[in-house]
Design a protein around this ligand. Structure first.
Ligand code: NAP
Length: 509
């Protein structure tokens, strides 16, 4: 029995070295190269060394997944569902350990990493149930003595390429529907969160997924990701990440007409009308803008406010943002953890410089320093006022704790401002007027709309995804997820004993 960690190779420090998981075995990469994962709250904390997989490792994993597919596809779906159920139960048993490891590796506070694990549990249980549903249709035939039905079929090997901001939930959102439908998977996680992926796959192996059904290849996106996407043996590519990478992946996959599901960037807005409960709106905005340090695809980065309430709302937002406590997410008194890495700090800082030109800095605007923050990637919760809808900071995804307040004269102007973006993931409105709320549900061009709540808080049994440059029309979670991981087969059974021809109108009675 092999294990996820090894004592060989580049293990120069006390931190463990982790391995790839291919064909049911924990193995070293072909090249023997490794890379480090460190705690963004304190970069002196080395989590471990991880295999820098490459195209050769991707090929090994694809082969293992292909072999396993032949058996897994014929395993009765309810039996597949039982293994998903066992995995969900293991995640629940290990929830606290997983959440702590996640906070240590990518920084968000414990309450949120517990939520991330919980999303994984929820989708595992939801999709375990699909093992006993996976509904198709039976429908009358237009001909006598003929039976007609449709069934869902798996496609084969699914390449699962995932980001670091939901390092357990997103892989589960993709792998659970893929597996219950009878596909096999190769997971390529973000190089910022290889430990989270390793812990997940350890539990999947323990839950009883047969060798080769689940494979893990860590390593650089351009090497491992490209190899997975380009392989003729990959049938499905399921990717979550930034829009630029997504477009690149889609163009490679299109050459072989692969099924590609893309969940990409966002520039999510909250509309606050003059009749809104401003305290409630402040709660929703704060949570959506600065939760996960603004690094959610559904994070709110634009607040579009009717003119009469701009000042009272800004006063509340500024006071509350200034009171947020920064620190390690493992400390229960922390509200906002670090950004994920140094590149993210530089990116946020450069957008803040642009924001100083476009709007008026209300609070924040700098890298955060002070006792306990010296060794981490901290940035102050930042608010700009007086931003115009087409300003750069109101248009581009910053993916950090930066909020723009955009004043508008009325509801029609708010709708125009909200929709005037290339993205379409999540949106929200705060109003006490039921009629206006229903108008917003109709008018907002996003895949997700919240009324009197922030832009975050998706539940796993509803479809999740966005319009425009946020994706390519697929949805994760809910029944909708199965559409990515299955294709339809229509079956006709003629029990008339004679040749009957559909659509030919000279049939004998
Ligand atoms: P990213 O840089 O696009 O990376 C995502 C994944 O793609 C990582 O595993 C990365 O590997 C891999 N990758 C990078 N280059 C690749 C290539 N050329 N070919 C194949 N794979 C490649 O995104 P991120 O910074 O991790 O995540 C943040 C982005 O994700 C934001 O834009 C956010 O909005 C989006 N997001 C969207 C949703 C949604 O549901 N719509 C949810 C969460 C996040 P390496 O880490 O090794 O580079």
């Amino acid at each position: 029995m092999t294990t996820a960690t090894s004592t060989s190779g580049a293990e120069a420090t006390a931190a463990p070295t982790f391995r790839l998981f291919i064909g049911g075995e924990w193995v070293d990469s072909t090249s023997g190269r490794t890379f480090e994962s460190r705690n963004p709250a304190d970069t002196r904390d080395l989590i471990g060394h991880f295999q820098a997989g490459d195209a050769a490792d991707a090929a090994r994993a694809i082969r293992a997944a292909e072999v396993a597919f032949q058996t897994w596809r014929r395993t009765p779906a309810p039996k597949r569902g039982e293994i998903l159920y066992a995995f969900g139960a293991l995640m629940a048993e290990h929830k606290e350990r997983l959440a702590r490891a996640m906070t240590r590796e990518m920084g968000k506070v414990l309450a949120e990493t517990r939520g991330d694990v919980q999303e994984g549990i929820d989708i595992a249980f939801l999709m375990a149930g699909e093992g006993r549903r996976l509904f198709g249709d039976t429908t009358p035939s237009e001909l006598p003595d003929k039976w007609a039905m449709s069934v869902r079929e798996p496609l084969g090997m699914a390449a699962i390429v995932t980001p670091w901001n939901f390092p357990m939930a997103i892989p589960c959102w993709k792998m659970m529907p893929a597996l219950v439908a009878g596909n096999t998977v190769v997971l390529k996680p973000s190089s910022d969160t290889p430990h989270c992926a390793t812990l997940l796959v350890e539990l999947m192996a323990e839950a009883g997924f047969p060798p080769g059904t689940v494979n893990l290849v860590t390593g650089p996106g351009p090497e491992v990701g490209d190899a997975l996407v380009a392989s003729p043996d990959t049938q499905i590519v399921s990717f979550t990440g930034n829009t630029q990478t997504g477009k690149r992946i889609a163009s490679i996959a299109a050459r072989r007409l692969k099924r590609v599901s893309l969940e990409l960037g966002g520039k999510n807005g909250i509309v606050v009308l003059a009749d809104a409960d401003l305290d409630l709106a402040t709660d929703g905005i704060l949570w959506s803008a600065f939760g996960t340090t603004g690094q959610r695809c559904t994070a709110c980065s634009r607040v579009i406010v009717e003119a009469p309430v701009v000042e009272p709302l800004l006063e509340r937002l500024e006071r509350r943002a200034r009171a947020l406590r920064l620190g390690s997410g493992l400390d229960v008194t922390t509200d906002v953890g670090p950004l994920v890495n140094g590149g993210a700090v530089d990116k946020v800082a450069s957008y803040v410089e642009v924001g100083r030109r476009d709007g008026e800095l209300v609070t924040g605007g700098s890298r955060a320093t002070g006792p306990g923050l010296e060794h981490g990637y901290y940035f102050e919760p930042t608010i700009f006022a007086g931003v115009k809808p087409m300003d750069v900071i109101a248009q581009e995804e910053i993916f950090g704790p930066v909020l723009s307040v955009v004043p508008v004269p009325d509801y029609p102007a708010a709708v125009t401002a909200l929709n005037q973006t290339r993205y379409g993931l999540s949106s929200a409105i705060f109003t006490r007027d039921a009629n206006t709320a229903f108008r917003a549900m109709r008018d907002f061009e996003t895949g997700i709309v919240y009324v009197n709540a922030g832009t975050i808080g998706a539940e796993t049994h509803l479809p999740f995804g966005g319009t425009k440059d946020t994706g390519n029309g697929h949805r994760e979670a809910g029944h909708a997820a199965l559409d990515t991981y299955t294709e339809w087969k229509s079956i006709y059974v003629d029990f008339s004993g004679r040749l009957q021809r559909a659509q030919i109108d000279n049939q004998p009675d």
